[in-house]
Design a protein around this ligand. Structure first.
Ligand SMILES: [Ca+2]
Ligand SMILES: [Ca+2]
Length: 256
């Protein structure tokens, strides 16, 4: 293994400094500079194409794109890359160097939640993965107070975070809120910042509200025409058991 046998440098002549300039290099273009490993007894040709003749089966090991001047052969080179395209026979690969706009979004919870398991979800778009600080707080979005879940303020709840795709770094936590006081809560999703990054701290307020009262039948008619199936909290076996329920309730009502 060697770093390289022949290295072909292509240095663009200066284009405009106020707009982007397109530069094309073909494999039969004479390289600006050829790095030739001295000790191997092989003299590198002037073009990539010629490698196929002087050393059949040669391959391109890697392509490196440098910005700014690094040696006397590329002095004065200044600029930035917008995009580069590598074309082989019938195949073009585009590397478009748009900057990633760092954003985040909370996707759950909804504004109203019933006591029970509540899902907290969000995602971060970035060019790397940043540690996430998060909390669920009672009655406030303010830091350091009334935290019921999170990885701050002495809480150590573990959320499921997937950073495989930097552009969609997902966050999810299931919190059991049964038995908690009803009222306003706040989910805070706060990715930490690398130096130079704009701050992100998202909050989502939501209300923990009481479960709706179960519907109960009060007349025999409500049991008929399949009506008995709608009273799911009582799980009637059939219309008859629904009717019996109404009748027995009526009787007990009269006794009162
Ligand atoms: Ca970052
Ligand atoms: Ca932040």
């Amino acid at each position: 293994m060697t770093f390289y046998d022949c290295r072909f440098d292509y240095v663009p002549t200066l284009g405009s400094i106020t707009s982007f300039t397109s530069v094309n290099y073909d494999s039969d273009d004479i390289a600006t500079n050829v790095g030739d490993k001295a000790s191997d007894g092989f003299t590198c040709p002037a073009t990539l194409d010629a490698m196929e003749f002087s050393m059949p089966g040669s391959t391109v090991k890697f392509i490196s794109i440098n910005l700014g001047d690094t040696s006397s052969s590329d002095q004065g080179l200044a600029g930035y890359f917008d995009k580069f395209i590598i074309t082989t026979e019938g195949d073009a690969t585009v590397y478009d160097l748009e900057p990633v706009i760092r954003t985040a979004t909370i996707t759950s919870p909804l504004t109203d939640q019933y006591p029970g398991m509540v899902n907290f979800s969000a995602y971060l778009v970035d060019d790397d993965s940043d540690p996430i600080l998060w909390a669920v707080r009672q009655g406030t979005c303010e830091a350091s107070t009334s935290t019921v879940y999170g990885n701050v303020d002495g809480k150590n709840n573990i959320a499921t975070i997937n950073t495989d795709d930097f552009l969609n770094q997902t966050f999810s936590f299931e919190g059991d809120m049964s038995g908690m006081d009803l009222g306003m809560y706040c989910f805070v999703y706060n990715p930490t910042e690398d130096s130079g990054e704009a701050g992100i701290r998202l909050t989502q307020q939501f209300n923990l509200i009481a479960l709706p009262e179960p519907l109960l039948p009060t007349t025999k008619d409500q049991c008929k025409k399949g009506g008995w199936t709608t009273f799911t909290s009582l799980s009637f076996k059939n219309q008859g058991s629904c009717v019996s329920y109404v009748v027995s309730n009526e009787k007990s009502g009269k006794r009162d």
